[in-house]
Design a binder for this molecule. Structure first.
Ligand code: ADP
Ligand code: F6P
Length: 477
């Protein structure tokens, strides 16, 4: 990692703008400072693409009230954008994660709207746009990411009309009747329309966006195009389902050290016939309580014993100062405590729960150790964990239980698809996955792997960036 002050020669032809940098600055208890990989699917997907592209990444360094100079890291130029404690509370925890996040995820928790949060969202978006404008070379491609930065495309274009601007939304985009609740709905749509290409995870999200442009802004659209008569521009809106570095993860999974660790994990949880695994950020959209409740009821009903199956639940700490996340943590931990109290044995809990981040090698070992991966979000843009599990099952073993409400369900069609709101259905399907005949499990996994190997993150990035380049050439009225 090398640090230097920003100057003209730091300008890049390819710039990614996201709320977070791929690494977070952490103050260790011993007073030293270290950098750790940032949580979430956005970083998982973008990091391998960026490392191969020699671009710049504009984002927050993960701690408030610090100024960090731009620095080089693994082939990327990292350009930190500072956030104050107040901005963290209002822009990030407030407008991004207590207003937009629940609204865009089918209001599975009630969104809160506060005018001062919105003001702060505008001013922080302006800072990101200013930084990107400074770092982008003449005619550069700038790729803006996710719901925290929806105003950046418009703000950036106002300063730098020479740029080719793409936007990608990693989370769902809501239907008209939900989006229309947003007091600043037109401002958000106009912000996004500053891009040449707006990418979504699923076709339905692009359709929602196009419908909103017609209904709330009175714009005309044709297929995937929105016409902007005032500026003589055309914006395209399309789905580009995101993916992972399939080959990289498979290589890690095949490492003999990973297999040895997987064996150790099986022993550590008591060598049951089947290991079930859940891996999520601790987020109320992920259906963690639904999954745990279903597993607990199977034990209560006597349909399952802990000799037959145990559950490992990994939960990365997330947005810990937002109230809904605190409530969720309490609910999850209470539920697990109750189930372990009723069904665990000394040294052998029914549910092994870790509220922590683990490294990629440990994660790969867990995916190798798990016979059944249980992915049950109530709503999810994509869910990369489901794809990671499939990538690690190079021997075509293992079963994936997957929510219909995750973007991944459009692609991993041979998973055991579930409705996580239906607890009885979820219980039956978990049981079905546990007892699935080996030949049938192999048939399903082989088909999912065939699809995934073809549709990796490089293909996603090329599809987005090629479409963005085509737009630059053709998209004029
Ligand atoms: P989201 O972007 O909402 O967090 P995704 O499933 O798309 O959801 O991506 C989550 C990413 O975080 C995946 O790459 C997953 O492997 C990683 N992850 C989840 N839990 C952990 C954990 N406990 N430790 C390390 N990485 C984790
Ligand atoms: O993929 C959704 C997303 O919100 C990303 O934008 C984000 O980087 C990730 O999940 C983790 O969330 P946070 O940055 O709030 O910890």
């Amino acid at each position: 990692m090398t640090s230097s002050t920003s100057n003209e020669s730091d300008q890049r032809g390819f710039v990614v703008v996201a709320n977070r940098l791929p690494i977070d600055r952490v103050n260790e208890p011993d007073g030293t400072v270290s950098w750790r990989r940032s949580p979430g699917g956005l970083v998982t997907a973008l990091e391998p693409v960026m490392r191969r592209n020699n671009g710049a990444w504009v984002g927050w360094a993960g701690a408030p009230d610090i100024e960090v100079e731009p620095f080089d890291d693994g082939g990327m130029r990292l350009v930190p954008v500072p956030l104050s404690t107040r901005e963290l509370a209002e822009y990030y925890e407030g407008f991004s994660n207590a207003s937009l996040w629940p609204l865009y995820h089918d209001v599975v928790a009630p969104p809160v709207f506060q005018r001062e949060w919105w003001e702060c969202y505008v001013s922080v978006n302006r800072r990101f746009a200013d930084t990107a404008a400074r770092i982008a070379a003449d005619g550069a491609t700038v790729w803006v990411h996710d719901y925290q930065l929806q105003l950046v495309p418009e703000l950036l274009r106002a300063q730098r009309p020479d740029l080719r601007i793409g936007f990608f939304l990693h989370i769902p985009f809501p239907p008209t009747e939900l989006f229309a609740r947003l007091p600043w709905r037109q401002r958000i749509l106009r912000g996004l329309l500053g891009a040449d290409l707006v990418g979504f995870q699923r076709p339905g999200a692009a359709t929602n966006f196009l419908a909103l442009c017609r209904r709330l802004l009175g714009l005309s659209t044709q297929r995937d195009r929105v016409f902007l008569p005032d500026s003589d521009r055309v914006v395209r809106a399309r789905a580009f389902p995101i993916s992972i570095d399939v080959a990289g993860l498979e290589q890690l999974a095949r490492d003999p050290k990973t297999e040895a660790r997987a064996k150790e994990i099986r022993e550590e949880v008591g060598n049951p016939k089947r290991i079930l695994l859940g891996v999520d950020r601790l987020d109320y959209t992920k259906g963690i309580t639904e999954r745990i409740r279903a597993f607990g009821e199977l034990l209560d009903d006597g349909d399952l014993t802990t000799d037959e199956a145990v559950l490992i639940q990994l939960a990365v700490p997330s947005r810990e100062r937002v109230e809904q996340y605190q409530i969720l943590r309490d609910d999850v931990e209470l539920l697990i405590g109750r189930i372990n109290g009723a069904h665990g044995r000394i040294g052998q809990p029914a549910i092994t729960y870790l509220h922590n981040t683990v490294d990629r090698a440990e994660l790969a070992a867990l995916f190798r150790a798990a016979d059944v991966m249980v992915v049950t979000p109530l709503r999810d843009g994509m869910n990369l964990v489901a794809k990671e599990y499939v990538a690690c099952r190079y021997d075509n073993t293992g079963s994936l239980v997957l929510s219909e409400f995750a973007g991944a369900a459009d692609e991993l069609k041979q998973a055991i698809l579930v409705n996580p709101f239906d607890v009885d259905g979820l219980k039956q399907n978990i049981l079905h996955a546990i007892r699935l005949e080996e030949r049938e499990a192999t048939r399903r996994m082989r088909a999912m792997r065939r699809y995934l190997v073809e549709h990796d993150v490089d293909r996603w990035a090329s599809a987005c960036l090629n479409a963005l380049r085509e737009d630059g050439d053709n998209a004029r009225l």
